[in-house]
Design a protein around this ligand. Structure first.
Ligand code: NAP
Length: 311
């Protein structure tokens, strides 16, 4: 019996019958990325696969962008059930799957693939994973929230915004450094939110603003949940995302960043008397939803959580 390598390559995948032959249980799930060695997905999925008694394991595959299409088409022949995809493949995979779920279509992003005979089915678990994470962290539902998305122009921000719109949240303020991207997304989401009159009060139900302290200040009285979807917070030298004085005790602050576990934004929120949580719960729930997509059964969430926390 062989110990799995930290990372396999596209050449390994092409000759999987020999590259993976000594793995017991066999590897039938993977994460594609470039780079991929940082991915925590094996630490989360392998305990789940073991707990569920599925008889397979999950590995990392280093797939470069020019290898993606062939790698996807090789999965079935190599005996894989499916794959997760991470940076930079999430939009590339969208164009390659044969069919996809509604949430994948609406977000324009696929992060999970299921091999179904000779077809590839795509799903996006980031968006519903965020929804479950918010419920777990704050015991609230997106549908009841007035939400501000920081970084609405990026991939994760788009997924979060689409989920909020699909859930008909009470109010949605899209914030982005490059405001044009938030403006374009607001136009796209308008049809999903436009007809509802759930919001009471004078504020606009869906709007886009730049990442600017004065603009933020005008909106934050009428916001319950602030979600950071930017990269800011990952590095100790990152700037302040929003001034601490603008965060109010009634705010719930969710930071998609989870490394470090207590980000500068979370610290600022807690100093202002607000509740805050990091993105580990979203990572967990997007993984659990991928498991459910592959196996059509409930994920052993506590085994997954334990695996992640051990890291
Ligand atoms: P992305 O597509 O590259 O988007 C980056 C976003 O951050 C854009 O909105 C960008 O604004 C903004 N941004 C970057 N640098 C900035 C700066 N200096 N000042 C202000 N805004 C800045 O990245 P992504 O894939 O969406 O990922 C974003 C973050 O979410 C990452 O930290 C990622 O690890 C995290 N994430 C976490 C989970 C989870 O499970 N917890 C899942 C997905 C993503 P512009 O449009 O103006 O460039």
């Amino acid at each position: 019996m062989a110990t799995p390598k930290d990372v396999y390559t596209f050449s390994d995948l092409k000759k999987w019958s020999s590259a993976g032959k000594d793995l017991d249980p066999p590897a039938k799930l993977a994460v594609f990325g470039d780079p991929v060695e940082h991915s925590l997905s094996p630490q989360m999925h392998n305990p789940a696969l073991e707990a569920a008694g599925v008889g397979c394991q999950y590995v990392r595959l280093h797939i470069k962008p020019d290898e993606l299409v062939e790698a996807l088409r090789t999965l079935g022949k190599a005996g894989f059930i499916g794959t997760n995809v991470t940076i930079p493949h999430k939009t590339g995979v969208f164009d390659e799957v044969d069919d996809m779920t509604e949430v994948a279509r609406r977000t324009g992003v696929v992060n999970t693939v299921l091999v179904d005979g000779d077809k590839l089915l795509g799903h996006n678990t980031d968006a519903p994973g965020l929804k479950r994470a918010i419920r777990e962290e704050f015991s609230v539902d997106l549908t009841d929230m007035r939400v501000m998305i920081l970084g609405a122009g990026g991939g994760a921000g788009r997924a979060a915004s689409v989920q909020c719109a699909m859930d008909q949240c009470e109010r949605l303020v899209l914030v982005n450094r490059t405001v044009e991207k938030a403006g374009a997304l607001a136009k796209e989401l308008h049809d999903m939110t436009g007809d509802s009159d759930r919001l009471e009060g004078p504020a606009e139900r869906l709007k886009a603003i730049p990442l600017d302290a004065k603009e933020l200040e005008r909106e934050l009285d009428q916001i319950d949940l602030i979600i950071n979807c930017t990269n800011i917070g990952m590095s100790p030298v990152d700037p302040e995302l929003i001034p601490q004085r603008l965060i109010q005790p009634h705010h719930l602050v969710y930071d998609m960043v989870y490394s470090p576990p207590r980000t500068r934004l979370m610290a600022a929120a807690e100093s202002s008397g607000a509740r805050a949580a990091n993105g580990l719960s979203m990572l967990l729930w997007q993984g659990a939803l991928a498991f459910e997509f592959w196996f059509n059964r409930e994920a052993p969430i506590e085994a997954m959580r334990k695996g992640l926390l051990a890291e």
